[in-house]
Design a protein around this ligand. Sequence first.
Ligand SMILES: Cc1cc2nc3c(=O)[nH]c(=O)nc-3n(C[C@H](O)[C@H](O)[C@H](O)COP(=O)(O)O)c2cc1C
Length: 215
Amino acid sequence: MKINLANIRQEYTKSGLKERDLPADPLTLFESWLNEAVEAKVEEPTAVLVGTVSPEGTPSTRTVLLKALREGKFVFYTNYHSRKGSHLAQNPHISLSFVWHELERQVHIEGIASKVSSEESNNYFKTRPYKSRIGARISPQSQPISSRVEIMRLFVAEAARWIGREVERPENWGGYEVTPTRIEFWQGRPSRLHDRFLYVLQEDKSSWQHERLAP
Ligand SMILES: Cc1cc2nc3c(=O)[nH]c(=O)nc-3n(C[C@H](O)[C@H](O)[C@H](O)COP(=O)(O)O)c2cc1C
């Protein structure tokens, strides 16, 4: 590297998180942080890093876009036959990490993923742009392909099949909803003395306890 990476550092001074301001329900705080990220026009405010674990115990991550937050659950859409989909079919434990650098904030979520209903996936699929719907039908996500030309040929042929008709959602594409069990909020502070609060879902599955963690 020509650049000296060790010299890249920044003080975090934008905000703080006080224990007395914390709501009982972490979803309330998450919603207000996401709203603030949207209002601050951060790049891709709904982008979230999804962590899954293979049957062999190997972790992997990739970015997706959060498409709904409803009934305390986080919803994203993908190909059920993708690498992440095959991991989740065998092990539903999942992590979600939001990072909003412009606000010096991150939120780490751990929970359990399950597929949303076909009806919910259909409803969301219908809202997607036409080309994205065609793409979802032809892309064997996460599989090796010979060339870009191959995928473009598949795309053009599929687009021709659906002219004048409502593009149907393929069975292997749909949503996952994540039911959170742990949610950690991180707010950058000066001198690396950041504020961290961890909420853990209690055995009654409806109330949360929180505690401050060392930075
Ligand atoms: C900003 C951004 C948003 C993305 N959104 C999605 C998404 O919503 N769904 C999805 O399946 N892939 C999305 N991707 C692509 C994934 O990161 C990933 O490449 C793909 O899902 C295959 O992952 P896998 O092979 O680990 O299953 C996005 C990538 C980026 C950079």
